[in-house]
Design a binder for this molecule. Structure first.
Ligand code: SF4
Ligand code: SF4
Ligand code: SF4
Ligand code: FES
Length: 769
């Protein structure tokens, strides 16, 4: 791009053509104040606090630096008398209708208006006159505190709600003095359709829209900020927590995070009380002779747990022990857990809660694409021209995908949402297909049928990139659309109409969010998803792809790092002698041959008395969706139950040993999100009392069971795992942050599956209704 040269405060600056004066000044290290401007929002010249003087050829023009383009030969003064005067007048006018309650205002210390008033020495009472007297905190919602008397009409809230969330709740009403920010028809936020993502509060420069949490308890300068990765769903958003006295006070989106670009969902924003709860486990407990849990030092509990695990495994064999983890562990913790099971206890009975959902996803995509995970980055969704959204209530369970889909629709894409209920995203959809629960697979099969029947596919793409088209074609000939209609509950006409619409624009993007409330999809479903996208020529292109997002936080990492009965780390089949040999050589112990059990089978085996010891890490088995009585009776049958968690769950009532674990914001390590992106977690606070990171507790057990197997720490565990996880390439604990696997030999990640240069990499399989 062409460069232009201008002068700012006498300093020559060269910038790319198209840059604003503000960008040029930033590049030159010159400060220009802003208020309505925000680097992550579209420009809107609402406040003019950023005025600068253009004094070229003796002119004197005041222009808004945030929107005005830098021009060749411009001579800009950012602090001239005229500029200072203009800024001061703007601020005086703002303060003339502002409560100026800085002493009791929540924003004090981080308020952008307060900072500007201070810098320009503005007095609040230069202009007297009428002031707004709007109700304070009259909105009954539990998350946001509203005081529009403090509003400076910067409209950042409107832009954030529109651009990031796509909810369009805030609007500008009235004119002149009556102008203010409101919801449509002045409705309470909830009735207006607010989704409580909190973006408007994050972007408000004052305390007009603020968070309720921490209000009147802690001032902004008393909190400590730390950035890590949210593990509450597979999006893996970068999040900055404000922490005070060992408690999370607020959560903010981390703008630099490629997964979420500053956005958070309602859960990630407000669901952190599981860390703050007084129910947190602060120490270890061991069952005494009277059958009651008794507090003991953590090391003593680890001694007991290790000794009893050793006894039971020696007496009954390794497969009498099982290990089951939740979805918010780090990769290194999953790696260590499976090493404990396979190396120290000689069993493949190791699984995570996400396993049954994550495995078919991997197997379906790996066999048909050669890449066993989502094909494109989450940001690509916004580039789609046509979208088919299936599975979870996406806005609740896979929120970043949902808001990106809305953005695509705002930019002209058509969206079809297939869900039994009128979920939030249906409001933005061209078609809502109210399918029968669990009929997603039949629907995709129907889409394939119509695409082939009506020849809506991209022949050139199919010819160049795919194998076994005949196999797919033959299988679909045996499937009737009437059968699809019956299974999905849709009419044949509605089906055909939806397929034509979906196929009418490219790239087409298929979004599937697995949902633990439903049964796991099988690998045929994922293969059919690949087939549909391949027929539409939408694999390997920006804005297209198979966006299969998995079901839980770091579910991807759990399987990839081996916390799964079927695969050793790096998706090496546990049944394959060669894979076991690689791990055996690395660890210096023989990895067993007998296959392991997934968690649904573990509960059957406990019931039959085959499994006698269970180690639960960060998971409440009563939340697995199994019948309550079944879980109760299984736990009661165990000779050893070790429960490691952040709080005392119901399972602890059955436990012989309880270990106090840490929440994800208290840990270090890495995680992989659904878009195959590795991210580093950094602890933003310490776990309470004697609680320790799960890594330390698992490693404590490993050290006691088999000293040589215990790595020195997370970095050493990562380095060791990297010898098995070939997708990591040469990446290290220090360099992996932000990279999507597979990581090439040069150390660069693969954000988007690319087909160029590959020889027909997409394989079709028979479709199945
Ligand atoms: S919380 Fe989110 S949805 Fe609600 S008004 Fe603010 S930005 Fe819009
Ligand atoms: S409520 Fe906040 S973000 Fe919205 S216009 Fe007012 S000051 Fe700006
Ligand atoms: S979308 Fe998922 S990862 Fe992001 S904030 Fe919400 S729960 Fe956390
Ligand atoms: S910051 Fe430039 S117009 Fe508001």
């Amino acid at each position: 791009m062409a460069k232009i040269t201008l002068k700012i405060n006498g300093q020559e600056v060269q910038v790319e053509e198209g840059a604003t004066i503000l960008e040029a000044a930033n590049q030159a290290g010159v400060y220009i104040p802003t208020l309505c401007y925000h680097p992550y929002l579209p420009l809107e010249e609402a406040c003019r606090i950023c005025v600068v003087e253009d004094v070229r050829r003796g002119w004197s023009t005041l222009v808004a630096a945030c929107v005005f383009p830098a021009r060749q030969g411009m001579v800009i003064e950012t602090d001239s008398e005229k500029v200072q005067e203009s800024r001061k007048t703007i601020l005086e006018l703002l303060l003339s209708d502002h409560p100026n309650e800085c002493m009791t205002c929540q924003a004090t210390g981080q308020c952008e208006l307060q900072d500007l008033a201070y810098r320009y020495r503005v007095q609040p009472d230069v202009y007297t006159g009428e002031r707004h007297r709007l109700p304070v905190d009259s909105d009954p919602n539990p998350f946001l505190h509203i005081d529009m008397n403090k509003c400076v009409l910067c409209r950042r809230c409107i832009r954030a709600c529109h651009e990031i969330q796509g909810a369009d709740i805030w609007t500008k009403v009235g004119r002149g003095f009556e102008q203010r920010i409101s919801t449509a028809f002045e409705l309470p936020l909830e009735d207006a359709g607010c989704e409580f993502c909190g973006h408007c509060a994050d972007f408000c420069p004052v305390d007009a829209i603020g968070f309720r949490s921490g209000r009147y308890e802690v001032r902004s300068w008393e909190t400590r900020k730390g950035t890590t990765v949210c593990l509450q769903c597979p999006m893996g958003c970068g999040v900055t927590y404000e922490v005070h006295n060992g408690k999370v006070v607020t959560a903010h989106g981390h703008f630099a995070s490629p997964a979420n670009g500053g956005a958070l969902c309602k859960r990630g924003r407000f669901n952190y009380n599981f860390v703050n709860t007084p129910e947190r486990l602060q120490g270890a407990m061991v069952q005494n002779d009277a059958g009651e849990l008794e507090s003991v030092p953590v090391d003593q509990a680890l001694d007991t747990a290790a000794a009893r695990l050793r006894d039971l495994a020696d007496q009954n064999g390794g497969p009498s022990v099982a290990v089951l983890a939740g979805d918010m562990l780090t990769n290194e913790e999953y790696y260590l857990l499976q090493k404990l099971a396979r190396g120290a206890l000689q069993t493949h009975n190791v699984d995570s809660v996400a396993g049954p959902w994550q495995l078919p996803l991997y197997e379906g995509l790996a066999t048909s694409l050669g890449l066993g995970a989502m094909t494109n980055p989450l940001s690509d969704i916004a580039r789609a021209k046509s979208l088919l959204v299936l599975g979870s209530n996406t806005l609740e369970k896979h929120a970043i995908a949902a808001i990106r889909a809305r953005k695509a629709v705002r930019e002209g894409a058509v969206m079809i949402v297939a869900h039994p209920d009128q979920v939030a995203l249906t409001k933005n959809a061209e078609r809502h297909l109210a399918i029968q629960p669990g009929s997603e697979s039949a629907l995709v099969c129907g889409f394939l049928k119509v695409v082939l029947e009506e020849k809506l596919y991209d022949e050139g793409f199919v010819e160049a990139n795919t194998q076994d088209f005949d196999k797919l074609q033959r299988s679909l000939e045996k499937i009737s659309l009437a059968g699809v209609a019956e299974k999905t509950g849709l009419s044949e006409d509605a089906l055909r109409d939806a397929v034509r619409l979906y196929a009418s624009r490219k790239p087409a993007c298929l979004i599937y969010g697995a949902d633990r409330a439903g049964d796991p999809a099988d690998e045929t479903f994922y293969r059919m998803c690949v087939a549909l996208q391949a027929l539409l020529g939408s694999v390997g292109v920006p804005g297209g792809g198979v966006m299969a997002m998995g079901v839980a936080g770091n579910g991807q990492g759990a399987v990839q790092f081996g916390a799964c009965p079927k695969y050793l780390p790096g998706f090496r089949p546990a049944t394959q002698a060669a894979s076991r040999k690689v791990a055996s050589n690395l660890w210096g112990v023989e990895v067993p041959g007998e296959p392991g059990l997934s968690w649904p089978d573990m509960f059957e085996a406990i019931d039959k008395g085959q499994i006698k010891a269970l180690y639960l890490v960060g998971l409440d088995p009563f939340g697995l969706g199994l019948p309550e009585r079944k879980v109760e009776s299984a736990l009661a049958k165990l000779q050893l139950l070790i429960v490691q968690d952040t709080a005392k769950t119901r399972a602890a009532d059955f436990a012989h040993v309880v270990l106090p674990g840490a929440a994800y914001m208290e840990k270090e390590g890495t995680a992989v999100n659904c878009e195959r992106r590795f991210q580093r977690l950094s602890p933003v606070m310490a776990p309470p009392g004697q609680a320790r990171a799960d890594f330390d507790l698992i490693n404590g057990l490993l050290r006691r069971l088999h000293e040589n197997l215990a790595p020195a720490g997370p970095a050493a565990a990562f380095a060791e795992a990297a010898q098995l996880v070939k997708e990591l390439g040469p990446a290290s604990y220090e360099t992996v942050d932000g990279l999507c696997w597979p990581i090439g030999e040069s150390g660069t990640g693969t954000e988007r599956l690319l087909l160029q240069g590959s020889d027909k990499p997409i394989k079709f399989y028979a479709a199945r209704l």
